[in-house]
Design a protein around this ligand. Structure first.
Ligand SMILES: [Cu+2]
Length: 324
C-alpha cells in the first residue's frame, strides 16, 4: 500500500517539480532581461547600444557569458580579447557592471537561449534601403515659417543698412514730426498684432486638449530605449510584469495621447514623420507625466528619437511605430 502511494505521489510530482522550477527560472530570466538588459540589447531585434544577443550562447562559451554578464568591467580591464573587440565595435561604450549574481546570470542565459530559439535570426537592413533615404524635405508649415523668417530678416537688414548709410549726410531732426511718426508706427503695429492674434488663436491646440483621445499610449523612457505600454509603467520593477508593446501600431487620423515619463534621467521624446521631419516632442522626466497629443494623417513608419543628451548610449536611443 505504501509503495503504491509512493509511486502515485512520484508520478504526480516528479515531472511537475523540475518543469515548474525551469519555468520559474525562465520567467525570472525574462523579467531580469526586461529590467536590466533590454534597454541596450535585443534578442533577434538587431543591435542597439550593445550587440543583438540572438544566438549568443552559440558563439560564446557558457563560462565566458556568465563571467561577462556578472563582471563585464573586470573582463574589459583584463583585456579579454573578445570583450575588447566588442567594445571597439560598439563605440567604446562599456557595458556596465549590473551587480548580478551567478544564479541570475544563469537565469538570463536560459532566457537568451529560449528567446533565441523562438526568434528568427535578425534580419539585416539592406544597404540599398538605407541609401535610398534621401535628404529630409521641409514640410509646408516649416518652409512657410522659414520663408517668413527670411523675409522679416531681409527687411531688418535693409533698415539697418538704410540707417547706417543715412549717417553720412547728417540733418536736423524735426522732433515733433518724429514723435508723430512714432505714434503712427505704434498704432500700425498694434493693429497688426491684434489681427494676427485674432486670426491664429483659434488654431491653438487648447480645443484639442478637451477632446477625449482615441488611444492612450504610455511611454517610459530609460537609458537607452523607450518602452510603450497600455498601462502606466512608473518604475523599473514594473518592467517584465506589465506587458509592453513590442510593435506599436496606431490608426491613422486618430487622436493619440502619449503619456511620457522617465525611469531614470531626463530624456526627450521626439516624434519624426515618415519623411523624417520632427512633428512633435515633449520631455520625458522622472516623476512627471507629460502628455503629447498628435493626430497623424499619413500612414508609414514614424521614428522616435531621444532629444536630450542622456549619457554615452544616447545616440542609439530610438524607437518607432507604424501608422496605418
Ligand atoms: Cu538621450
Amino acid at each position: 500500500m505504501h509503495r503504491i502511494v509512493a509511486v502515485v505521489l512520484a508520478l504526480l510530482f516528479a515531472p511537475v517539480g523540475p518543469a515548474r522550477a525551469e519555468a520559474d527560472a525562465a520567467g525570472q530570466g525574462r523579467i531580469l532581461f526586461e529590467q536590466k538588459c533590454a534597454s541596450c540589447h535585443t534578442i533577434g531585434g538587431g543591435p542597439r547600444v550593445g550587440p543583438d544577443l540572438h544566438g549568443a550562447h552559440q558563439r560564446r562559451s557558457e563560462e565566458w557569458l556568465i563571467r561577462f554578464i556578472t563582471q563585464p568591467d573586470r573582463m574589459i580591464a583584463e583585456k579579454d580579447e573578445v570583450a575588447v573587440r566588442l567594445v571597439e565595435q560598439f563605440n567604446r561604450i562599456v557595458m556596465p557592471n549590473l551587480g548580478l549574481k551567478e544564479a541570475e546570470a544563469q537565469a538570463l542565459l536560459g532566457h537568451i537561449r529560449a528567446a533565441s530559439d523562438a526568434a528568427a535570426a535578425p534580419a539585416e537592413i539592406p544597404a540599398a534601403a538605407v541609401a535610398a533615404l534621401g535628404r529630409p524635405q521641409l514640410i509646408a508649415p516649416q518652409s512657410i515659417v522659414l520663408g517668413i523668417f527670411f523675409f522679416i530678416s531681409a527687411i531688418i537688414l535693409l533698415v539697418f543698412a538704410w540707417v547706417g548709410l543715412s549717417t553720412r549726410s547728417p540733418e536736423e531732426v524735426n522732433v515733433k514730426k518724429a514723435y508723430g511718426f512714432r505714434k503712427a508706427m505704434f498704432a500700425t503695429a498694434s493693429v497688426v498684432v491684434v489681427a494676427a492674434l485674432a486670426l491664429t488663436m483659434p488654431g491653438a491646440p487648447y480645443a484639442v486638449a478637451s477632446l477625449k483621445p482615441d488611444r492612450i499610449v504610455y511611454v517610459a523612457a530609460r537609458q537607452f530605449d523607450f518602452v510603450f505600454s497600455d498601462e502606466p509603467i512608473t518604475s523599473a520593477a514594473d518592467l517584465g510584469r506589465i506587458p509592453t508593446l513590442q510593435r506599436l501600431e496606431l490608426p491613422a487620423d486618430a487622436l493619440v495621447e502619449f503619456r511620457v515619463t522617465s525611469l531614470d534621467v531626463n530624456h526627450g521624446f521626439g516624434v519624426y514623420g515618415p519623411e523624417r521631419q520632427l512633428l512633435a516632442q515633449t520631455q520625458a522626466m522622472p516623476g512627471y507625466v507629460n502628455r503629447l497629443r498628435v493626430r497623424l494623417a499619413q500612414g508609414g513608419y514614424y521614428k522616435v528619437f531621444c532629444l536630450e543628451y542622456c549619457a554615452a548610449g544616447h545616440h542609439a536611443m530610438q524607437s518607432g511605430f507604424n501608422v496605418k
